[in-house]
Design a protein around this ligand. Sequence first.
Ligand code: ADP
Ligand code: MG
Length: 602
Amino acid sequence: MPDIIHLLPDSIANQIAAGEVIQRPASVVKELVENSIDAGASHVQVLIKDAGRTLIQVIDDGKGMSPTDARMAFERHATSKIKEASDLFALTTMGFRGEALPSIAAIAQVEVKSRREEDELGSLLVVSSSQLEKQEPVSCARGTSILVKNIFFNVPARRKFLKSNETERRNIFIEIERIALVHPEIEFTFIDNDVVSLHLSRTGLKQRITQLEGKSSNKQLVEIEEETTLVKIHGYVSRPEYAKKGRASQFFFVNNRFIRHPYFHRAVATAFEQLIAPNEKPSYFIFFQVDPESIDVNIHPTKTEVKFEDEQVIWQILMVTVKEALGRFNAVPSIDFDTEDAPKIPIFDSSHQVDMPHVDVDPTFNPFRSPYSGASKPPAPAFDWEQLYKGFEGDKDTSLFNVPGSVKDVPETDYFPEHYQYKQKYILTSVKSGLMVIDQHKAHIRILFDKYLTQVKDKKGVSQRMLFPEILELSASEAATLPSINDDLEALGFELSNLGNNSFAIQGIPSEIENSNSAQLVRSMINSSMAAENCVKDEIQESIALSLAKLTAIPYGRTLTSEEMLLMVSQLFASPTPSYTPDGQKVIALFSDEEIEKKMQK
Ligand code: ADP
Ligand code: MG
């Protein structure tokens, strides 16, 4: 029999890699603009047609590329930005993986023109489906222009997944906005279907925010600034009186990269507590500078979640910094000194006996303690509810309240009112006919099981590459079982490579899972599949999904925010069988109004 293993052609390997880096036109815009910034551009122009479906072009006046570099740029892992692993911890550029250009060229038709200052002629390159179709000298402006036509023309399944033009255009705008906020010193022009829809001249941060948010925002902003050994914080928050009921602009950046951070969001919200109504939101634009080694290096190109080493301390610093700034700039409502309607203060009469004024002092008073939270300590880092949210991410507009699926064995809830967490174990919520108690850990197992099982069956899991793969040493029997479930593990997003001697390197894990215990996760899935009684594929897949769900579900003892609880309840009720875990444990208990009434009468 002939040998059957062969290397994938670059075009296919690139297309696979592209799935990770390029999800939509906005990802192309992000990658190209970041490259322009890394190239030292002072003006970046972004042109799109049909929300980026037919054309995306990014033109910069940066340092350009030599003809050889322009060609090399399309090779996988070709980068000018790092040379060795240690460079990763001192990154000053936005890109470093050398994957963007080859990924883009794998799924679109790309035309590059680039010229360095010192060259008389530049180079023109045409690459389509990873094939170099043309390279020749061309006379062009200094800098680089990259034109990307017909994104996903050769991957119809991906093209089908693009959303409405409105949504794709909004996503592009969001990427430009995030980059523009970090680089007010760079001029940006955004031309949408031949119309200049945004022009940002070079300026400082406050003005850049104003350019993006509208002129009136200028007087609404309060500067925040703090420098400690752990973190430098700088940015702006909106004054409380300008808090918004609807969408507010809320941005965190760490070392100049946009991040989401629900936990730090709560620090800002806490600083604003009592200054704004509960249904209002402050805007904020907050930049953290930290030692790159103190954060989980963002190795996933599209990942916006970042873990800090000293989260609780930074939480406190942030909360106090915002609170102080609001006070310092007199952002809290001030006393009006208009005397017209002021009460008359009687003139002192020395013939009258005067009592010593009595002052009550509360020695335990802490200005940073909210009467609601009752604690000056930051809450324990919250479970990453963004991850929870991922189940709904098919369409960002999905309302949390729009719960599909019906629930037969629990009363129907057409709304989810306030939730309350009891003993960091149960979520209590009132429903039409009484009080519902939900076990947080089991509920999350049910939610994750449903999600993982769908991923296994539909092969939908998205993988996140590990920069430093974890090594998994298996027993011989475990290693022998692995091939039979490897496709299921891959469907979830795990990528293993065989090192021989029953050792495997975990090269990739599902994007929604933190990478801390990947070896343990894989081992437990192998073991549970070994335990599945008969070797029916469905059962094996269920046992894999269940063991992964059990290990990744939020534990007891974790404090949940009201958003997290809301999300959890709404996701739970999207399940066709919310009342029990897949292995038959009770998730929900219901106490009817009558039972409660009865108890109260005795
Ligand atoms: P990365 O940015 O991670 O290095 P890319 O695939 O995005 O990988 O780009 C590969 C290389 O191509 C970059 O390292 C850079 O040297 C070069 N390059 C890409 N875009 C530009 C640009 N606009 N101007 C100058 N050089 C560029
Ligand atoms: Mg790049």
